[in-house]
Design a protein around this ligand. Structure first.
Ligand code: PMP
Length: 435
């Protein structure tokens, strides 16, 4: 038995001993296609020579210097790169060591901003149901996954909750897409009114919903409407792009495709591409300027923020994405993956929905296509698919939606941006065999 506290305390996971390109090898010498990129992390695949070289060079130069004394060349260069490619005005960067830390930092930055500008009565966040924003207490509180929250509920801050934008299940029979979008926005407006809009700090949402629903894009105009409502009441909009960001959906930031600029945006996973643990919050300059002119100090921080090894690796990842023009490639391979999924599962009796953006795709499994009835949660269908896919040499990211009885099991695919069309065919074939 392992001495490590693994997530499952009843079994030990496989031991990974090596990885190259889109494959991971286990201790028995078996190779798996990494079709989930871990959990939408590995954007360049494994052992990319440019990233390894940058990491080696950084180790020789400087591995660590505490941010209370020093910044580093790697961190400054990465921040400049992120600022140059951020949505308009979001040119301030706060580094973290991962997704949950980014969400915590974003929540605290937003709160501190209002204290500094003399609106301390803003104390509440509004977020959506069936969402995931991380596992630390603040991030868990804004998340709307009841199964993850229930043991810790008494420890969590109150959060206003609205429905997610989830067309497959949310849109009613005969309701137009636009009417559905307007209904969601009315619900959000009503929630702000119920709380008192002057008490709300921020609305938190994932532009394309990843882990909880399986690559669900928003309806057209939804985030434009969110932005308008937030502006009307002076509420901040925090886009959580930890999973859907950093090129996964075919643009560097998923929210770009919605034509809106958030106030804060959390990123992680693909930022370091799995080479180092790193995340960040991109912030509109005015927010930081207000804090600078106020107390002049962001009341937050962790020992490893802006770690030179992490920022050097992430910078190398970003340079490869740019040099190799991987964004158009994500769009074209993503379209190919979507067509392959449609061809394989479009008529499948137990596949109710196929959706996604770029190389971020999901299929939702149902007992019955017509009624959209879900499978019995006791079947643990998602876990069985994961096990069968592993046996077939395929890593996918399935999730049991039925924990709250409101959506089906789904399988999320998020392969590295370097997948070829032949790789995509193999992924879809192995997935079909696994289902
Ligand atoms: N936000 C979102 C949208 C995520 O998908 C995740 C991780 N799945 C997190 C936050 C938390 O990130 P981490 O696991 O790196 O703490």
């Amino acid at each position: 038995m392992s001495h490590i506290i693994h997530r499952s305390l009843q079994s030990t996971p496989l031991t990974a001993v090596g990885a190259r390109g889109i494959h991971i090898m286990d201790a028995q010498g078996k190779a798996y296609i990494d079709a989930s990129g871990g959990a939408a992390v590995s954007c360049l695949g494994h052992a990319h020579p440019d990233v390894l070289a940058a990491m080696h060079a950084q180790t020789d130069k400087l591995a660590y210097a505490h941010t209370s004394f020093f910044t580093s060349e790697a961190s400054e260069e990465l921040a400049s790169h992120l600022a140059a490619h951020a949505p308009r005005g979001m040119d301030k960067v706060y580094f973290t060591s991962g997704g949950s830390e980014s969400v915590e930092a974003a929540l605290k930055l937003a709160r501190q901003y209002f204290v500094e500008i003399g609106q301390p009565e803003r104390t509440l966040f509004v977020a959506r149901g069936q969402s995931y924003h991380g596992n630390t207490l603040g991030a868990l509180a804004v998340g709307g996954n009841e199964w993850r929250r229930r043991q810790f509920a008494p420890l969590l801050m109150d959060v206003g909750r609205v429905s997610p934008c989830y067309e497959y299940r949310g849109r009613q029979d005969g309701e137009s897409q636009d009417a559905y979008t307007q209904r969601l926005l009315q619900e959000l407006d009503a929630k702000f009114q119920e709380i008192g809009p002057q008490r709300v700090i921020a609305f938190v949402a994932e532009p394309v919903v990843g882990a909880t629903l399986g690559a669900v894009p928003p309806t057209p105009g939804y985030f434009k409407g969110v932005r308008e409502l937030c502006d009307r009441y002076g509420i901040l909009f925090i886009a959580d792009e930890v999973m859907c960001g950093m090129g996964r959906t075919g643009t560097l930031h998923a929210v770009e495709q919605e034509g809106v600029v958030p106030d804060l945006m959390t990123i992680a996973k693909g930022l370091g591409g799995g080479y180092q643990p790193i995340g960040a919050v991109l912030v509109r300059a005015e927010i930081i300027e207000a804090i600078r002119q106020g107390s002049g100090l962001f009341q937050h921080g962790h020992t490893y923020i802006g770690h030179p090894m992490a920022t050097a690796a992430a910078l190398a990842v970003q340079k490869v994405i740019q040099r190799d023009q991987l964004m158009p490639q994500v769009r074209s391979r993503g379209a190919y993956l979507m067509r392959a999924l449609q061809a394989k599962f479009g008529q499948h009796p137990h596949v109710g929905d196929i959706r996604g953006r770029g190389l971020f795709c999901g299929i939702e499994l149902v007992r019955d296509r017509a009624s959209k009835a879900t499978f019995d949660p006791e079947l643990k269908l998602h876990a069985r698919i994961k096990a069968q896919a592993l046996a077939n040499g395929l890593l996918v990211y399935p999730m049991g939606g039925t924990v709250d009885g409101r959506h089906g099991d789904h399988v999320l695919l998020a392969p590295p941006f370097i997948v070829s069309e032949a790789d995509v065919d193999q992924i879809v074939n192995r997935l079909a065999t696994s289902i």
